[in-house]
Design a protein around this ligand. Structure first.
Ligand code: SAM
Length: 225
């Protein structure tokens, strides 16, 4: 391996297996171990690409506990971290391990590759030169405060949301940011039933209130004019 890092963060497809990069495949083959958020999910990906590198579980529930031991091993082993889909550490485990590796002088490298926020942002047709990524809104505590902060934001806002919370989120965004604010909802990006709806927050809330929402979702909202 020509690469010098000990830990590689390797993005994996968010729905379309063709989106894996050649370099991601090579690194996944060459490392000593693959740390996976869900070894069953990643196991299917590895099988598809005929990769037999051993896997080890690394998820949100064991992240704090696992970091110290992994950092010690990274002195002599090369590892790749993958999440279920997209780029590790983006609304997924990874940040704690990266921070600890860097603190201990262990070289880390994140490969470029799939993530849901970038295609959703560009598909929205809203300004993509300056934007903020908010991940998931807090479910309860801090939600109102966050919405009030977002009301003042002038850059395009990108949010992750689950299908069963979509209508509520669109309603609250309309209430705090203004019903006429332009927005988009991208669903099932890169998958067979991919769709992006673009309209005002009011119309999007009405549209989804009258339909059964399924799949994975990114909301993009115009910044304060
Ligand atoms: N690490 C991932 C990334 O780089 O995008 C994000 C992981 S986060 C746990 C999962 C959320 O990402 C979903 O709830 C959804 O908001 C968004 N997402 C992932 N795949 C998606 C897809 N194919 N279409 C739309 N949104 C997606």
């Amino acid at each position: 391996m020509q690469e010098t890092a000990a830990l590689f963060l390797v993005p994996t497809p968010i729905g379309n297996l063709e989106d894996i990069t050649l370099r991601a495949l090579r690194i996944l083959k060459e490392v000593d171990v693959i740390l996976a958020e869900d070894t069953r999910t990643s196991g299917k990906l590895l099988k598809h690409f005929d990769i037999s590198t051993p896997m080890q579980s690394y998820h949100a529930f064991n992240e704090h506990r696992a970091v110290e031991g992994l950092v010690q091993r990274l002195a002599s082993e090369r590892m790749a971290l993958v999440s279920d889909a997209g780029t590790p550490a983006i609304s997924d485990p990874g940040f704690l391990l990266v921070r600890e590796c860097l603190a201990q002088g262990i070289a880390v490298e994140c490969l470029p590759g799939p993530t849901a926020l970038i295609p959703a942002l560009v598909n929205s047709g809203l300004p993509a030169d300056r934007f903020i990524f908010e991940g998931f809104l807090p479910h309860k505590k801090g939600r109102q405060t966050r919405l009030k902060q977002l009301a003042k934001e002038s850059r395009t806002i990108v949010l992750y949301e689950s299908p069963h919370r979509l209508v509520k989120a669109l309603g609250q965004l309309a209430e705090h940011l203004g019903e006429d604010r332009q927005a988009s909802v991208s669903r099932e990006l890169t998958k067979l039933h991919e769709e992006t709806q673009r309209d005002t927050l009011r119309e999007l809330a009405n549209y989804y209130a009258n339909s059964t929402v399924k799949g994975e979702i990114v909301i993009v909202v115009e910044g304060k004019p």
